[in-house]
Structures are given as C-alpha cells and as structure tokens.
Design a protein around this ligand. Structure first.
Ligand SMILES: Nc1ncnc2c1ncn2[C@@H]1O[C@H](COP(=O)(O)OP(=O)(O)OP(=O)(O)O)[C@@H](O)[C@H]1O
Ligand SMILES: [Mg+2]
Length: 582
C-alpha cells in the first residue's frame, strides 16, 4: 500500500491557520477586518491574557444571516468575491474566505450575529472546526465574535507565544494602526477590563495622532493630500523635529490596508533626504488610494505585501506627495526664498529616475548660495570654463559646529550652515568618480589585515556579477570560497573610514535599492560608496579637518548639493536675521 493519504479537513485548516494565525494579534486582525468589511462604524475589542485565552470583537455592521453563519466558518467561504477577476475590483480587507475556518480549527469560536431583516439573531459555538451548539438569541444588529483558548490543540504553536504583555502590544499596535487608516470608525480596545485606547471616528487623523504620540507631535505634523492620475495620497508627515531613529513610525496604507513595501519605503527615504537630519528616518502615516486593478494583494495570505503593476509610477507619486509637503513647510534644508520649489523636485526627480547624466547637465539650476568667491562676477560662460582644479579662495571665519553636525562659517555678512555629512559626501563623490573614470590603479588604500566576510547568496551573486566595478572603485577584493569575500583594500579617499561598514553598507544599499537599470548601476554605486564613506553626523571633526573640508568643497563647481541633489549648505544673511528679530 502507498504512503500518501489525503489529509482530513481539520488538519488542512490547522496547517493553513499556520499561515495567517501565528499569534493572537493575527486573530484580532482577521476579526477586525471582517468588522470593517461589514460596514461597522463602531468596533470594540476586548482582550484577556494577551489574547491567549480570550478575544472578543463586537461590531455594529450588517451582521451575518442565520443561514450564512455555518458557511462562514467553512474554508473558501466568502461573500466578498465570486471569482478571481473580482479581485481587480475589490476593496474589502478580506476575500480569501479562510480566516474564520483557520481560527475555528485552532480555538473555540463563538459567533453571535443578527442582520436587520431578522428579529432574532443566532449564536453558534464551534470548536476544532465543528459546531457544537446553535441557538437563537435576542441581540443588536451586528456581529460579536469570541475566540477562546487559541492554539489549545496545536501546543507547539502555543509554546512560541510571548508573554501576555508582549502579545497584547502586538494587538494594540494593530488596532491603533487600523484606527489611523479608518478614521470614520470608532475603535475601543479593552485589556483585562481596562480601556487602553479609543478613537472617536470623527475623520480627523490629527486627533488620533495626538492620542498616540502626544501634543508636541501633533504640532509638528504636515498634512498631505496629493493627487496625480488615479492615485491619491493622504495623511500626515512629521517635520524635521519628528525624524526618528528607526522606521517604526513609517506607516503605509493602501486603500486603508496596512502594507509593507520596499518601493514606497525607498521613495519616502529619497523624499525625506536632507529633511530629517543624518541617519534618521522620516515620520509618516500615509494612505494611498487607487483603483484595485493597479496592484495585486494576493501575494501572501496575510495580505501585507502587494505588487504594483506600475512600480515606477507609484514610486514617483509617493515621492512627490511627500516632497511637495516638505517643501511647503519649515524643514531642514528648505529655504523658500532661494530655491524654486519645482527646480528642487525636478532635480531630485531626475536623479531618482536615473537620468543621472541629464541631472549633471542641469546641476546649475540649483543656485542656493553665492559665496564671495573670486569667480563671483564672472559671466556664465567664464564660469563654465572654471575647472575643478582651480582653487577659489574663500574668506571665511570658522565659528564652530552645531549639534556636532552642522559646521558654521561666517562669510562677509552671511552665516552658512554646512551639513558635514552632505558636504563630505559631495567631496568624496567627486573624488571617487574621478578615480573611477580615470581607471586609476592606485585608488585603493591597503588594509593592514585583510578582512573576510561571509555573505548571503544574494550578496555574493551581486559581488560576483559586479566584481569589476568593485575593483575599479578601489575595493581590492577577492572571492573566497563559496560565499565569502576577502577585502585587502578599500577606496582611497584621504580619510580613515570603517572598512567593514563601507563595504557591507554599500552592498546592502545596492541590494535594497535594486530598481535601477544596469547602466545606472555604476553611478549609483559611486554615490553610495561616497555616502557610506562620508563622515556622519555626530562625528567630531578637528579644526584642520573642517578647514580641509570647506576649502575642498568650495573648489567644486557645484558644491551646494550632495550627489543626491539635496543641499549641503544653507545660508542666512545678517539682514534676514535682523528682520526676523524685529
Ligand atoms: N463581522 C462580520 N460581519 C459580517 N459578516 C462577517 C463578519 N465576519 C465574517 N463575516 C462573513 O463571513 C465570511 C467569512 O469570513 P472570513 O474572514 O473567513 O473570510 P473573508 O473575510 O471573506 O476572507 P479572508 O479569509 O480573506 O478574511 C465573510 O465573507 C463574511 O461574509
Ligand atoms: Mg475575513
């Protein structure tokens, strides 16, 4: 006899549950999403023991009819789509018809529901997939779902659960995010008898942000409402003060569904560049609204991932939505008097869309400051003739470093704040690019002790495919065994850098931002190495290093933007300061 047997339904559902239900928060997600889909305007969530013993979700939605309740817990039973084509037109959170079947396979589930057409509701209790009790019951229109003893029959899963407080935190995070996306629904979250969160459903995102992040935060928000084509981006971004150490407060919704998406994250990074301070992440809570046929959410059962049909378009629109909001308010690096907003956006856009060469020709459209350099009165034509090696002397007085990040110099009647990272990045970019283009063989600084790094499969593939590029830029690199590399030297940039970071960070960046075509990869590689090798904020520079940096910077033809197009420098005149203080 053969060994292959057909699995029974319960086993199938328990296995499938593993995909969507890993912890109590996933149950809450599925139940709350069903409540949202039912058109509820009030949703209450009650939790006990971090959701391990008890989860109750009450809604005032349209309810489930008596006949449908038994079907609802069947696998592949949904009222939301009839065939796969419907997905192109579906805006509900659910559509797979498997959440309740999964939940009931691994817990005790009670459903109480009534529709407006019925006088009495129905209450059923089901366990391990089977209905064990059903009775008519008087109740309000809407649905209550109670999930008890989650994972009681899948002990291995139960064992992996964290402490109650941690499990509850996952639940709270989910509920709060959901409230941020569904501004017209009032949510209440109760934990072990205590109300921990509630939103009033009045449609105002700032009210919820105030609740979640406090008063100071809500004063530093900029509202976003941007429309292009059939895509609309709404929500809020935080100004410079709100920049974060991590990505926790970068929340993206797509038609109100919380998603993770690398393309959007990259786009936001580019838009915030220069606006957050070095090494920090922009704060944003944004919802993208677009026709459902622009993307596919049926990538994974949890629906956290989506695939966009036109990634470039979405990237661009998200970028512009954020960037134009940034430019409308006080942000680090913004100086509206001096910069034509459109120029700025266009310039960055050109970089982003990989028209690097075009961007270079256009560099001079950004005229942020005019230091009193010798060439100041030269005509545009003469200006063009100045090559990079010509030393332009600038009389400046070094005043110090602000926040261990911004170099302050005084030039005549003006004060310049120079972002030490952006400025250094700009310098290194020019140097590395020159070395690269001239094929200099001496562009590597040898390391005292070669270093070996174990790489992932994806990383080693990238290195192998681009080994010449690594070498040309100054990495003395060898493939070592199956998946290791040996680094003997790193690009020579007159500056002591952390060799490990520059190599691994560059690799990481190149792999996370894989969207360029191969012809742009070199330009981006150079820019990335420059960025990773440049001094960071909070690195203390000596006076000599500062002098060196400023002098070298001002020799450049266009010193005032970093390779990504963002400003290295902002300026205030004595007159401007005087006016502000009047
Ligand atoms: N709170 C509710 N209010 C009204 N109907 C509900 C509710 N919860 C579930 N239902 C009904 O039960 C059906 C099954 O729910 P289930 O969550 O299993 O599947 P789904 O939401 O259709 O798809 P998915 O598996 O993607 O969530 C739904 O299609 C809906 O008709
Ligand atoms: Mg569902």
């Amino acid at each position: 006899m053969g060994n292959i047997v057909l699995l029974d339904d319960l086993t199938i559902n328990q296995i499938a549950a593993g995909e969507v239900i890993e912890r109590p928060a996933n149950v809450v997600k599925e139940l709350v999403e069903n409540s949202i889909d039912s058109g509820a305007s009030n949703i209450t969530i009650e939790i006990k023991n971090g959701g391990k013993t008890y989860i109750k979700v009450i809604d005032n939605g349209k309810g489930i009819s008596k006949e449908d309740i038994p079907n609802a817990i069947e696998r592949h039973a949904t009222s939301k789509i009839k065939n796969i084509e419907d997905l192109e037109n579906t805006y509900t959170m659910g559509f797979r018809g498997e959440a309740l079947a999964s939940i009931v396979a691994i817990s005790k589930l009670t459903i109480i529901s009534r529709t407006i057409e019925q006088d009495l509701g129905l209450k059923i209790v089901a366990e391990s997939g089977n209905i064990i009790n059903a009775e008519e019951i008087g109740c309000k229109v809407g649905t209550t779902m109670i999930v008890e003893n989650l994972f009681f029959n899948t002990p291995v899963r139960y064992k992996f659960l964290k402490q109650d407080a941690t499990e509850f935190k996952f639940i709270k995070d989910f509920v709060q995010k959901t409230a941020l996306a569904n501004l017209n629904i009032s949510f209440k979250l109760i934990n072990d008898g205590k109300q921990v969160f509630s939103s009033n459903g009045n449609g105002n995102i700032k009210d919820i942000v105030y609740l979640l992040y406090g008063k100071e935060t809500s004063e530093n928000l900029i509202e976003v409402d941007y429309k292009e084509d059939d895509v609309r981006v709404t929500g809020i971004i935080g100004n410079t003060i709100m920049a974060r150490e991590n990505r926790k407060d970068q929340i993206i919704f797509l038609n109100k569904r919380n998603i993770r998406n690398q393309i959007l994250t990259n786009s936001a990074d580019q838009a915030f560049k220069g606006g957050t301070g070095i090494g920090k992440y922009g704060f944003f809570i944004l919802n993208l609204e677009m026709p459902a046929n622009n993307y596919d959410v049926n990538v994974h059962p949890t629906k956290m991932e989506v695939r966009f049909k036109d990634e470039g378009k979405i990237y661009r629109i998200f970028y512009h939505a954020i960037k134009s909001s940034i430019l409308s308010k006080d942000f680090l690096g913004n100086n509206e008097n001096e910069i034509k907003k459109q120029d700025y956006v266009e310039n960055e856009y050109k970089f982003l869309t990989n028209h690097f060469n075009k961007y270079e020709n256009n560099q001079n459209t950004i005229k942020r400051i005019n230091p009193k350099v010798e060439s100041i009165n030269k005509s545009a034509k003469q200006e063009e003739l100045i090559n990079r090696d010509e030393v332009r002397k600038v009389d400046y007085v070094y005043k110090g470093i602000l926040f261990r990040t911004y170099i302050i110099i005084e030039v005549g009647d003006e004060i310049y704040l120079i972002d030490q990272h952006a400025a250094h990045e700009r310098l290194l970019y020019e140097k590395i690019k020159a070395n690269y283009k001239n094929n200099l063989t001496t562009n590597s600084q040898m390391m005292l002790v070669p270093e070996l790094y174990d790489l992932t499969h994806k990383e080693i593939e990238f290195v192998k495919n681009n080994i010449e590029m690594f070498k040309n830029i100054g990495f003395d690199i060898e493939i070592f065994g199956e998946n290791s590399v040996k680094i003997n030297g790193i690009p020579d940039i007159d500056y002591k850098v952390d060799s490990k970071n520059i190599f691994l960070d560059t690799l990481d960046e190149m792999l996370t931002n894989e969207r360029s075509s191969s012809k742009d990869i070199e330009e981006r590689f150079i820019a990335t190495v420059a960025c990773k090798a440049a001094v960071k904020a909070n690195m203390d520079l000596t006076k000599a290093e500062v002098d060196n940096l400023i002098q070298n910077l001002l020799i450049l033809k266009n010193p005032y933007t970093c390779p990504h197009g963002r400003p290295t420098t902002i300026k205030f005149s004595k007159e401007e300061i005087g006016k502000k203080l009047q």
